[in-house]
Design a protein around this ligand. Structure first.
Ligand code: HPA
Length: 273
């Protein structure tokens, strides 16, 4: 058994000592959605710190815990506070919580994040349904001995973001009167925001939004056969697209401004996927 899988099993056993909850849907919360879990029917909360072997987050304002509960009648596990590569963890730790939620039984994964808009048609406050991603700028979470218990050595990535789920999400947003862009997410390591030249590169690659998370989690989830979808909240136009400088306060302010609508959309999606 690989070292990484052993660690996952330790975490799984540790969670299973505390709860027998069987989630159907896993949800990872990005900026602006941090308090989403406060509005659901909560069955159990497990702090990351109480899970043996679990990597804990260092970003201020990010709570580190799993919330188990129900959205409408759908059993969900919510990751409140994700682990970022820029915090210094190996990629295998960054995707450990995603894999753990899969091992707990979640077959579907909803990823959310805050992202910079690279596409000039985007505006701060827009939502973007992720149709594909580019991870070229970050190491793959699958590097190292393959975890045979989870998936194959060379997994197919031709439809990371489920076409079925995207169709449902488009319909849900439409029914709710919420506008939705659809585009390609490019993951960089951060923590520095990108340079204008990097953003021009993203655009020439076919990227529409840029951020510091998500795509690696999507790869790990697809490797183990989960069905994946993702939504970005475009919090700002990326570097070099406006005269101003980028700062985390602007990102947080936009995310907070549209958070109510984002939460409504996520609830709609969970009940329909
Ligand atoms: N770049 C990278 N990550 C981000 C951005 C950005 O412009 N905005 C929010 N997250």
């Amino acid at each position: 058994m690989s070292e990484i899988y052993e660690k996952l099993k330790t975490c799984l056993d540790s969670v299973r000592e505390k709860t027998g909850f069987q989630p159907e849907v896993a949800l990872i919360l990005g900026s602006g959605l941090g308090d989403y879990a406060d509005g659901i029917w909560i069955e159990q909360i497990i702090d990351y710190a109480d899970i043996a072997g679990f990597p804990t987050s260092t970003v201020p304002g990010h709570k580190g815990r799993f919330v188990f509960g129900y959205v409408d009648r759908v059993p969900v596990v919510i990751m409140q506070g994700r682990v970022h590569y820029y915090e210094g963890y190996p990629m295998s730790d960054v995707v450990l919580p995603t894999r753990l939620m899969g091992m707990l039984g979640a077959k579907k994964l909803i990823l959310t994040n805050a992202a910079g808009g690279v596409n000039y048609a985007y505006h701060p406050g827009d939502f973007m349904l992720i149709k594909d991603h580019i991870t070229t700028a970050v190491p793959s979470p699958l590097i190292g001995p393959n975890i045979e218990e989870l998936g194959v050595r060379f997994p197919d990535m031709s439809e990371v973001y489920s076409a079925r789920m995207r169709e449902v999400i488009r319909k849900t947003a439409d029914d709710m009167g919420i506008g939705l862009q659809e585009g390609v997410y490019v993951q960089f390591t951060g923590p520095a925001y990108e340079t204008p030249a990097e953003i021009r590169m993203c655009r020439s690659w076919g990227g529409d939004a840029v951020g510091m998370s998500t795509a690696c989690e999507a790869v790990a989830a697809r490797h183990m056969g989960m069905e994946v979808c993702g939504i970005s909240c475009i919090t700002n136009l990326a570097a070099g697209m406006t005269s101003g400088q980028l700062d985390h306060t602007e990102v947080q302010e936009t995310a907070d401004r549209v958070s109510r609508q984002f939460k409504e959309l996520i609830t709609g999606i969970i009940t329909r996927i």
